[in-house]
Write a new protein. Structure first.
Length: 220
C-alpha cells in the first residue's frame, strides 16, 4: 500500500477522555465512545481489503462527498471493526450507494428509517456474525461494529447530522447499528442471496431501509 494517507493529522493530549471529547466536539461520533483512528490502525484496517487508500467507492448522499477506502477505513476503525470485517463494510457501503437504494431519500426522511445489513454465505460464520438468538441485539462484536461502521460513514461522510440533514422526527436506536446474518442452516426457505441469483457459496450483503421490526410468534 504505497499511497500516502490523505487524512489530516491532529495532535491531542494522550488521554482517553481528551480524545473522546475532541471527536465528539467535531461531531464525528454517534454519542458513544469510539476507537481513535490513528494512522497505524487505519493502515491495518485497509490491509484487510487491498487496493489503494485513494480508491473511490462513489459519492455518498445527501452530502455528495467522495468516499475513498481511506475515509471508510477511518470510520470502520472508530466503530470498533477488525481488519477482517472491512470487506463486509466496503460491500455494505457499495450497496448503500446504489441508485436503487435511494440513500438520500430513506436517510433524511422524517420517518427515521434505519439501514439494516443482512449477511449471507460463508463470511457470516467466518466473522461470527450472529443470525441466531438475539441477533438484533447486543453481544456480538461483528454485528455491532460492522453495522456501526456504515452508520458512522453515513453520518460523517454523507453529512447525515441529526437536526440538520437528518430530519427524523423521533429516529430509532437501530440507527446506532443494525447488522445480522441469515440463519441459513435452520431456515426452511432458500437463502436470500440465492433468491437474488447468487451462488450458495458466495458471501453477500443485502441492505434495506426499515422503520421497525415486529415479532412473529407461534404459541401452541
Amino acid at each position: 500500500m504505497a499511497d500516502q494517507l490523505q487524512s489530516s493529522r491532529v495532535r491531542i493530549k494522550d488521554s482517553l477522555r481528551a480524545i473522546q471529547d475532541y471527536l465528539w466536539e467535531q461531531g464525528w461520533t454517534d454519542g458513544l465512545p469510539v476507537v481513535a483512528p490513528t494512522e497505524p490502525l487505519v493502515r491495518e484496517m485497509l490491509s484487510g481489503y487491498g487496493g489503494e487508500p485513494s480508491d473511490s467507492l462513489g459519492r455518498i448522499q445527501p452530502g455528495n462527498s467522495n468516499v475513498t477506502l481511506e475515509k471508510l477505513a477511518v470510520n470502520a476503525v472508530m466503530a470498533g471493526c477488525l481488519p477482517e470485517h472491512f470487506p463486509v463494510v466496503v460491500a455494505a457501503l457499495k450497496a448503500a450507494l446504489r441508485d436503487e437504494f435511494n440513500l438520500a431519500g430513506n436517510a433524511v426522511t422524517t420517518g427515521g428509517a434505519a439501514q439494516v445489513l443482512i449477511v449471507n454465505g460463508p463470511i457470516a460464520k467466518e466473522l461470527n456474525i450472529n443470525g441466531d438468538a438475539a441477533c438484533f441485539g447486543p453481544g456480538y462484536r461483528a454485528n455491532a461494529a460492522i453495522g456501526r461502521a456504515l452508520r458512522l460513514a453515513i453520518r460523517n461522510l454523507g453529512g447525515l447530522i441529526p437536526g440538520d440533514m437528518d430530519k427524523a422526527t423521533l429516529s430509532t436506536p437501530f440507527r446506532y447499528s443494525f447488522c445480522f446474518s441469515e440463519n441459513e442452516d435452520l431456515s426452511p426457505w432458500e437463502p436470500r442471496h440465492v433468491e437474488l441469483g447468487y451462488d450458495s457459496t458466495a458471501s453477500t450483503v443485502t441492505i434495506a431501509a426499515i422503520l421497525g421490526v415486529y415479532n412473529v410468534m407461534e404459541s401452541t
